[in-house]
Design a binder for this molecule. Structure first.
Ligand SMILES: [Zn+2]
Length: 220
């Protein structure tokens, strides 16, 4: 299973411990003492799940990417607020465990690689952290091809849908997946083209994607 670029569990553990000692205000409403106060936890709990198809594979997203979920994910990814990993990660981890329970025995979990710029800036992988806090097992990772590294970070937003798909094909590679059942994981699925590229890469490597799981999905 490819393990490249996966931060050490020690670093994630250290960040989680540091998070316990930071002065805390609720990220949803600013109330002191809680990273997420009880009323905001209730809002999080009421945020719906999302199910959609990506490249013909069922994607289970723990949350719709909106409101409080969007704020919490951005705080985690951009400001390193690792204290939100536990409330966000519980449902994500449960979805991954359910996907594995329904998958054929021996299925492996592979993460869609984060953008190189984001990974460098953060120094930790939010998906690995969320899964650790959600009680799920370690994941491997797909790799970026040389073309994928060159294209990463070129603004996807200004492109048309066709251009986005064309620019994504061939950017990921899966090795060691021949005959493997694979569950793909990522944090946020927006257009789905990156996740679809992951599905393509696994299939090209001789594997089969049985489920995709994400923290959040943008509703089409
Ligand atoms: Zn609150």
């Amino acid at each position: 299973m490819p393990q490249h670029n996966v931060p050490t569990p020690w670093r994630d553990a250290l960040l989680a411990v540091l998070g316990l000692f930071l002065p805390v205000a609720c990220l949803g409403c600013g109330q002191p003492d809680h990273a997420l106060c009880p009323p905001c936890r209730a809002v999080l709990a009421a945020t719906p799940r999302r199910v959609r198809l990506v490249a013909g594979v069922r994607l289970d997203a723990a949350y719709e990417y909106e409101g409080l979920v969007r704020i919490l994910l951005l705080e985690l990814k951009l400001r390193g607020r690792v204290d939100v990993a536990r409330p966000l990660g519980v449902r994500f981890g449960a979805l991954l465990r359910a996907a594995l329970a329904e998958a054929p025995a021996g299925a492996v979990v592979l993460r869609i690689p984060p953008s190189p710029a984001g990974a460098r800036r953060r120094g930790f992988d939010p998906v690995v952290l969320l899964l650790a806090r959600g009680g799920a097992r370690r994941t491997g990772q797909l790799r970026r091809t040389r073309a994928g590294r060159a294209r990463a970070g070129h603004g996807q937003k200004e492109r048309s849908a066709v251009e986005r798909v064309a620019a994504t094909v061939g950017t990921l590679r899966a090795s060691g997946v021949t005959g493997q059942d694979v569950v793909l994981v990522d944090d946020v699925v927006t257009t789905g083209v990156t996740m679809a590229e992951g599905v393509r890469a696994v299939r090209a490597g001789g594997g089969r994607v049985v489920r995709c799981v994400a923290v959040a999905s943008v509703d089409d």
